[in-house]
Ligand binder design. Sequence first.
Ligand code: NAD
Length: 285
Amino acid sequence: MTDRFVVVGAGTMGLGIAYVAAGAGFTVELVEVDAGRAEAGTASLHRLWDSAVRRGKLSAAEADTGRDRLAVRQDLAETAEAPAVTVEAVPERLDLKREVLAAAEARGPLLLASNTSSIPIAELATGLRAPDRLLGLHFFNPVWAMPLLEIVVGAATAPDRVRDAVALAGRLGKDPIVVRDLPGFATSRLGVTLGLEAIRMVADGVASPADIDKAMVLGYRHPVGPLELTDLVGLDVRLDIARTLQRAYGDRFAPPPLLAEMVADGRLGKKSGQGFYRWEGGTKA
Ligand code: NAD
């Protein structure tokens, strides 16, 4: 496997994937269309490296090596040809992802991957010239801390590419599961169920968001409650996923009106400073 790694989208997930890939020794090109987000994202990656040095996780020299391995681009056409892997982490919208994957494919990656949380790989593969190279590489947030990598195998995905993905997981320090290509895979289908029900419970006035979360943390040993997790993921991201799952499985995944209202109000969770909790400087207030 060569050492070039392309990540498309410098949002919550793309930044995390880029950080982990650079830490694993890849030369990373991070593609972001929005110049403001590219700048803010690069600054947040540098803060991650600074914090890893402060906490003794990396030496200053290791952090500098990681920084040197990262380059930011505005357009996929500016990236090197034939990277080992290209992962798209743009918003959860089918048309946008298809467009990005087609542009990424034109650069000739060995492995082409989507970080989609819910869209079937077979739907994303429509229109690609080599759908056998595409699979899902579903990372979790925050990418540097979460050990799971969900590898989603599409109907057309070649077995060799699945083997490459499992090897890649090892190099990135992730523990993989290999799952069949059904909407929501093994993780989002279960996780989003819990999140949506917790939001309906807030709307019903069952308890405060903090107490609903506490119920799952203390009563069921979840490391974080479903509402705080929704804030971390982004309410807009959760809404897009719920809509995809609703189309696939029906109204059991219908987004609660409260979720749609909060997104329309710009209360997107940690990234906007307000969701079910208030967030200041990236920390729950
Ligand atoms: P985000 O909104 O934080 O970031 C998406 C980024 O993509 C933005 O910076 C946007 O400007 C950029 N973008 C849009 N179009 C682009 C293009 N054509 N080229 C380059 N960049 C472009 O979204 P996110 O939370 O990082 O989610 C990204 C994907 O990862 C989604 O498919 C989501 O379902 C999935 N996912 C999210 C989480 C999570 O916790 N947020 C977890 C797992 C998977």
